[in-house]
Design a protein around this ligand. Structure first.
Ligand SMILES: [Zn+2]
Length: 335
């Protein structure tokens, strides 16, 4: 996985732009705090998230968890170039047994969760909803590039924890991730308040020019013999400061519809100077099509296709967007 940020030929002086007061929803905002060697991305999601979650009418805890996975995906996938694809999946033994978020660069998102309604009551937080299993992140940069897959064990912790684990083990880049999802009720046309989902997230990485500054304190001794004292590493002062600033972000700030992303970044980092890059828009858009479903049907054996005929037609529902595609038996290749 790459963690590339937009090319930035940063001048030595601190660059502070007056923050825009206009909230930008459904976008990823790349930024940089060069005084602390920090680079990051901030995601704000409103209508696009609402569309992804409302299409399935998920129970609130499932919507919240899938929302977190969607935010994490935007933070990780938005560094892809051109027509790359980033897929985040979980497979676990908890009440939410399967999650998938599919991000197609530059801006398309789709997502889906499978869950057991009867078991939702047993879980009190995202970690318990997931249970034990693994998180897989796949990067597909097109037919000429090799596929990359990263795996992280899920052991009852949150997706934030899993992301930290991933960056610690695989990328070895000091990284902090924050994810927040909330429900909002605003006064609608009638007496009924209008429900909406909102989310926000922050990914910050410490990328100093001298790699030895990026040593991390929390690597455990791994395969070292039992009783070995963990090697104490002093974290770089800039990263210590960066983490403490990120630690002040509250969930309400991440999802506040009246607080623009730029203003939030300015609030966090203004003392050090933050450079904010143009936002990258995000859209809830499925990539399914009648043609794609038709060719998928062709991959089944004749007998399997025949078994799919119900009430004189073959109906295929897209799990991502719930679109139903109907085919006549002839169109589905059934004699
Ligand atoms: Zn679809």
């Amino acid at each position: 996985m790459t963690s590339q940020m937009p090319d930035s030929n940063i001048s030595a002086e601190t660059h502070v732009r007056a923050p825009s007061a206009v909230p930008v929803d459904d976008a990823v905002i790349p930024f940089e705090v060069s005084a602390l060697d920090l680079r990051g991305r901030l995601t704000r999601l409103g209508p696009a998230l609402d569309e992804l979650l409302t299409r399935h009418d998920y129970p609130a805890p499932v919507g919240k968890l899938l929302g977190e996975a969607i935010v994490l995906t935007t933070l990780l996938g938005s560094s892809l170039k051109f027509d790359g694809r980033f897929i985040l999946q979980t497979q676990t033994d908890g009440p939410v047994s399967f999650l998938i978020v599919d991000f197609q660069a530059p801006d398309r998102l789709r997502a889906y969760a499978r869950f057991d309604k009867n078991r939702l009551g047993e879980a009190s937080d995202s970690g318990a909803l997931l249970g034990h299993g693994h998180l897989a992140m796949t990067i597909d940069q097109g037919p000429d590039m090799s596929r990359y897959q990263g795996l992280v064990a899920l052991q009852g912790g949150s997706l934030e924890d899993a992301a930290h684990e991933y960056f610690l083990r695989s990328e070895q880049i000091p990284t902090r991730v924050r994810l927040a999802v909330g429900e909002e009720w605003r006064s609608g046309d009638g007496d009924k308040p209008k429900h909406g989902w909102r989310a926000g997230g922050l990914l910050v990485q410490f990328l100093p020019k001298a790699p030895e500054r990026a040593r991390q304190a929390d690597l455990d001794p791994g395969d070292a013999p039992e009783g070995t004292v963990a090697h104490a590493v002093a974290e770089d002062d800039a990263w210590v400061e960066g983490q403490s600033l990120i630690g002040t972000v509250e969930d309400v700030e991440l999802i506040d519809p009246d607080l623009s992303g730029e203003r939030l970044l300015y609030r966090l980092f203004h003392e050090r100077g933050v450079r904010v890059f143009p936002p990258l828009p995000l859209h809830a858009k499925c990539s399914c099509s009648r043609d794609a479903v038709a060719s998928m049907l062709k991959s089944f054996a004749q007998q399997e296709r025949a078994d799919m005929v119900k009430d004189g037609k073959v109906s295929v529902t897209c799990e991502f967007c719930s679109t139903v595609y109907d085919f006549t038996p002839q169109e589905a290749g059934v004699e």
